[in-house]
Design a protein around this ligand. Structure first.
Ligand SMILES: CC(C)(COP(=O)([O-])OP(=O)([O-])OC[C@H]1O[C@@H](n2cnc3c(N)ncnc32)[C@H](O)[C@@H]1OP(=O)([O-])[O-])[C@@H](O)C(=O)NCCC(=O)NCCSC(=O)C[C@@](C)(O)CC(=O)[O-]
Length: 309
């Protein structure tokens, strides 16, 4: 069977937002813009640009307005390229509207402890806030994606009840999110946990095409989790170039599954992602050099090592 005949997976690149948000050293806006430009050149169709958030809370993304206002970025966005932006408040939504943002992401937690730490409110209040933001965004013809965090474990409260995840997913879909990304924020799950939670959601009438997977790689299970979720029927996955990232309010959690590793895994299985792996690896190496880090992508390290031999 040829690659074209097989189902296509959509990758949501979260590197410029989730990947960078927790890095303490200042990254010049020009580097962020160049990263987005390079990611676009790889063929990625969805790139989460930034988060409109207080610089006191997430200092690294204090330049979100400069990113959104950049002429090059504005010219790039369009029918075939989606640029979601994380929006935690109505005030942030107003700014998004001002900058002509066409897609936003709202985020809630399935658990109380992380909700309080991350967005300073209860789960219930978080749902209410997300509902309000989504309703206003939809009135302005802005598409809304949703995130539910702490699928399996909360850093403060312990294990998560699947029923809480179900409730949050339903609430976000009812609020008008076209898709809900399931966040293993702490990166603790392994494939059997993923299968069991996804089966529970399907058994409770959550449609497969409304779900995406967002797996952090703390325990080295993220690629396996994506594969399991794919085999359960999910076709949209978030990932971060060079495996960058983590949340300031999820202590010890590693970045998302590396985009290079996802693409390598899917292409080896004959599943099309629309992304050029070679350009992606170059981009991962490039951003890692800019940040004076070694790339967190195993596929990236593998290809570079092969080229050196
Ligand atoms: C939700 C709030 C605002 C509540 O925070 P609050 O303290 O309850 O509310 P507030 O209205 O007092 O706002 C706090 C400060 O933010 C300011 N503010 C408010 N809005 C804006 C704005 N748009 N732009 C600039 N500033 C803004 C506001 O003016 C104030 O400034 P201060 O007076 O303290 O100097 C806060 O808790 C917050 O911003 N939280 C977001 C934290 C965050 O970004 N976390 C990381 C992303 S989530 C994540 O990583 C998980 C995810 C999505 O990746 C999926 C997964 O892995 O699970």
């Amino acid at each position: 069977m040829t690659v074209q005949n097989l189902p296509t997976v959509r990758i949501v690149e979260v590197g410029p937002r989730d990947g960078l948000q927790n890095i303490r050293d200042y990254i010049p806006t020009s580097t962020k813009l160049e990263l987005i430009r390079r990611l676009k050149e790889t063929g990625l169709g969805t790139i989460e640009l930034t988060s409109i958030v207080s610089p006191r809370i997430i200092p690294q993304l204090a330049d979100s307005r400069d990113v959104l206002g950049d002429e090059g970025i504005r010219r790039m966005g369009g029918k075939d390229l989606r640029f979601p932006v994380l929006v935690p408040t109505v005030r942030a939504l107003d700014i998004a509207v001002q900058y002509g943002v066409r897609e936003i992401a709202v985020f809630i937690s399935a658990t109380e402890g992380f909700s309080k730490a991350n967005i300073n409110c209860s789960v219930e209040q978080g749902i209410e806030r997300a509902r309000n933001i989504a309703s206003l965004a939809l009135k302005s013809n802005i598409a809304v994606r949703g995130y539910v965090s702490c699928l399996f474990l909360d850093p403060y409260d312990g294990p998560t009840q699947p029923a809480s995840v179900l409730r949050c997913v339903k609430e976000l879909l009812d609020a008008g999110c076209y898709e809900v990304s399931l966040g293993d924020t702490l990166g603790v799950a392994s494939p059997s946990n993923v299968r069991s939670l996804i089966s529970f959601l399907f058994d409770n009438d959550i449609p497969r095409e409304k779900l995406a997977g967002h797996f952090h790689d703390t325990y080295g299970q993220a690629a396996a989790n994506v594969w399991e979720a794919y085999n359960c029927g999910l076709r949209v996955f978030d990932s971060s170039i060079a495996g960058l990232g983590g949340c300031p309010f999820a202590p010890g959690a590693k970045g998302n599954v590396a985009t290079e590793d996802l693409v390598y895994m899917f292409h080896n299985a004959g599943i099309n992602t629309g992304v050029d792996l070679s350009k992606l690896v170059d981009t991962g190496v490039w951003i890692s050099e800019q940040l004076t880090k070694t790339t967190g992508s195993r596929a990236g390290i593998g290809r570079v090592a092969r080229e050196c031999n």
